[in-house]
Design a protein. Structure first.
Length: 412
């Protein structure tokens, strides 16, 4: 730069936000010009993703996700024994590579394929720490101290919960689309989105996908985000199914209104003038009102029943005396075999406790030592007794026959 004055070229460079060129008039660095060239490319890529779905299609997918995930939250609440709420979804178009950049953390990827009604698959992504809490609740824990590592048993537990959830979603979609929709068993994989190159085989890394994000809360244990990732073709098929179902409901014919009462018969219009008959013709018949005409020009003959005898219905009075039961033929069923079962007691165990049983484990029952045991016939409570030993075999001595009231209480 000259120490005397600033040239017009230098003033233009300052106004344009660039560096002041040297006296030799060197051009701007190559990196700056390349960045200026690459900037419009990024904008065009973003616009291409925005053009994949229209606003109406995004609203339709949001409504589909809102209804289906609402029913899925109810199913998950029953499985976990805790209140589950899933908020209104947010629909956007992205790619798997962009999702990996935005969420570089371990996720449980659940791949579900549609077998009937929809051609394609979808992916459900849950954070690994949330999946570990769900697995702990599924196996009888309280969810406050889950295992940091998800083992094979925990993966199976989460897979079962996802299977139940997506089954409920398929049922909701069947109702919305008015056609049967079924799914295949889910495939569950633990993938670190920050390190893995390939998340799923269903879609490519740079292929546009529809991402529907939900906020899931589980009774103070989970407050996180889950994602449903759909190929664009599957998302558009869902929107089309929803639209066709709505149009089918609108096009259903309304019930025909009741026919209006027929008007009274009027005299026929006068016939056109005709030539007078010859003198020897027979006299004309007396004029009568024409009967009303029905379809296809056929006369409708009214049918009125007259002189029909009408009387009140007569019923035989009810007999309040007890019905006599004839037990003379009870001998026909005396040789019917029945299964007699003696129940020592019962208990309840969680899946986790059942899986921990080994040889030598002791299972505590709800019966006290020396308390009478229940005797059942074909699964129905009949009597109580005590256990005895007869020639090195167990037996039971009946001590009390249950009354009908006790048997009814056992049935409840």
């Amino acid at each position: 730069m000259s120490d005397d004055m600033i040239s017009q070229e230098e003033i233009d460079a300052l106004l344009n936000g660039g560096a002041i060129p040297e006296a030799g008039g060197d051009a701007a660095p190559a990196g700056e010009s390349e960045a200026a060239v690459e900037a419009p490319a990024a904008d065009s890529s973003s616009s291409q993703l925005d053009d994949v779905l229209t606003d109406i299609e995004k609203d339709a997918l949001g409504e589909i996700g809102n209804i289906s995930m609402g029913s899925a939250a109810t199913t998950l609440s029953v499985l976990l024994g805790h209140k589950v709420s899933i908020t209104t979804p947010t629909v956007s178009v992205s790619t798997m590579s962009i999702i990996q950049e935005q969420y570089p953390m371990p996720y449980l990827i659940v791949e579900v394929g549609y077998t009937i009604g929809i051609d394609g698959n979808n992916v459900l992504a849950i954070q690994a720490q949330d999946a570990s809490i769900i697995a702990d609740l599924m196996m009888g824990g309280d969810g406050t101290n889950p295992d940091t590592e998800i083992n094979e048993i925990a993966m199976s537990a989460v897979g079962e919960s996802m299977n139940q959830m997506m089954g409920t979603v398929a049922t909701s979609l069947s109702t919305m689309f008015n056609k049967k929709i079924d799914i295949s068993p889910p495939k569950v994989n633990l993938i670190d989105l920050g390190n893995e190159d390939k998340v799923t085989e269903l879609v490519g890394e740079n292929e546009p996908v529809v991402r529907t994000s939900f906020r899931m809360e589980v009774d103070g244990l989970i407050d996180s985000e889950i994602m449903q990732i759909l190929p664009v073709s599957v998302a558009k098929e869902m929107v089309e199914s929803l639209t066709n179902s709505a149009q089918a409901e609108e096009s259903e014919p309304e019930p025909a209104p009741a026919p209006a009462p027929a008007p009274a018969a009027a005299a026929p219009a006068p016939a056109p003038a005709m030539a007078a008959p010859p003198p020897q013709a027979a006299p004309a018949a007396p004029a009568m009102a024409a009967p009303p005409m029905g379809g296809y020009g056929m006369a409708m003959q009214p049918h009125v029943a007259t002189n029909v005898p009408v009387q009140s219905a007569q019923f035989t009075p009810l007999n309040t005396q007890p019905v006599q039961v004839n037990d003379a033929n009870i001998g026909l069923i005396l040789d019917v075999p029945l299964q007699v079962t003696v129940e020592l007691g019962r208990t309840k165990k969680s899946i986790k406790e059942i899986l921990e049983l080994t040889n030598g484990s002791i299972v505590e029952l709800d019966k006290l030592a020396g308390e009478p045991v229940d005797i059942q016939v074909n699964g129905k409570f009949l009597a109580k007794g005590e256990v005895v030993v007869i020639d090195e075999n167990f037996g039971v001595r009946i001590t009390e026959i249950a009354s009908p009231a006790e048997r009814a209480a056992k049935l409840q």
